[in-house]
Design a protein around this ligand. Sequence first.
Ligand SMILES: Nc1nc2c(ncn2[C@@H]2O[C@H](COP(=O)(O)OP(=O)(O)OP(=O)(O)O)[C@@H](O)[C@H]2O)c(=O)[nH]1
Ligand SMILES: [Mg+2]
Length: 442
Amino acid sequence: MFNDTIAAISTALNEGAISIVRMSGEDAILIAEKCCDIPLSKAKSHTIHYGNFIDPSTQESLDEVLISVFRAPKTYTREDLVEINCHGGIYVTRKILSILLGNGARLANPGEFTQRAFLNGRIDLTQAEAVNDMITAPSKTHMKLALSGIKGSVRKLLEPLIDDLLNIIATIEVNIDYPEYDDVEILTDEKVLPMAENWINKIDDILKRSESGQFMKAGIKTAIVGKPNVGKSSLLNALLEEEKAIVSNIAGTTRDLVEGHVQLGNIHLNLIDTAGIHETEDFVEKIGIDRSKKAIEEAQLVILVLDASEELDEMDEQLLELTKDKERIIVYNKADLVNRKGLSISAIHGDIDALTKEIEKRYQKDLLSLEEPILSNERQMGCLLQAKTHVRNAIQAMNNGMELDLVTIDLQAAYTSLKEILGEATREDLLDALFSNFCLGK
Ligand SMILES: Nc1nc2c(ncn2[C@@H]2O[C@H](COP(=O)(O)OP(=O)(O)OP(=O)(O)O)[C@@H](O)[C@H]2O)c(=O)[nH]1
Ligand SMILES: [Mg+2]
């Protein structure tokens, strides 16, 4: 528990109907009571009170407010918590905060409310991270993942593994310290080895699903490429349902990369429309073409556009060759002019269902990874990878005939790495760095 009381504006500081100023700590209720005409110290927990916010130094009434009182321990921070709902003017909100600060509260650091929730043991680190994910969630998929994170999905995902490890470590310890104790199973390399192999499989499964989940969350980097005039920009516009890129019948219309984002169901594409690739002496166009080639290299998905109304030429063949090792979809555009076998679309008429269906089909499996609990960021995945390395070391040690009392060092390291995901074995400075990414009042 902390002995200072923190305060911050918890809503975005903008003109709006209401703003919320939040306070947490031992003196939260006392300080609030000093600054209003409501007997808050008598208020029951989880109640809301109407009254006036008053500057104690002048007795001036500043705003009509609603004050919520939450008494420890069933609060966001596990401390006494007060939320002052005032009118959402920037001046009045700031003024209320400054009066609270003048009467005993300290300005909260970014993320400090959530940090207290974590340090006071109400939530684990993955839940704290999920709070931030919820606030920054750009789509329904992100929101759903963040919510399951807030509810503790990562802990549930890891708990069987952590329990298993702890159990084995404890049994080995007992075997070493109390060899005469015959109630406890005597463990041997032969018994632990298959379990460790099983842990590796479980870890790999979680890592694999989390990687594909993270990939889907971040959005698929998709480059639309092809010769000039095949309809790349028309396709970009059709996907975005807006006239973002210039379309014309002049070959070489697009010279720079044009970017856009689109959500196809739950699939998020980060699209790049590129300059048509061909041989040219035009200096500016050449730069554009170099950028197109780089975009192909960096893309996670390439949509290669061919013109259905023309025979494939050498340039098309070169592009087919250039993109052959990439994850790619080949589409025939201008299918309204000539019908071809293969995936056909007519970008200019917005007739691109065949393409969007193909994309959805291709990423269906990755999307499924989002249906089950996964790790939600690089930090968590990094710790799990470390845990895997330690289990691997343990396996190697056992294969080399090492005694279990030595193997247990690697098992303990694996256990610590897993606990670190939940923030239960980390250092303070790491936590400070982590919570400083939060915004104020959270
Ligand atoms: N008939 C038909 N014409 C199309 C279709 N899609 C694009 N076009 C036409 O093809 C021409 C080129 O279209 P763009 O979208 O600018 O082609 P691009 O591949 O971006 O061309 P560059 O930027 O020059 O590389 C325009 O005149 C479009 O109207 C289509 O589906 N059917
Ligand atoms: Mg173009």
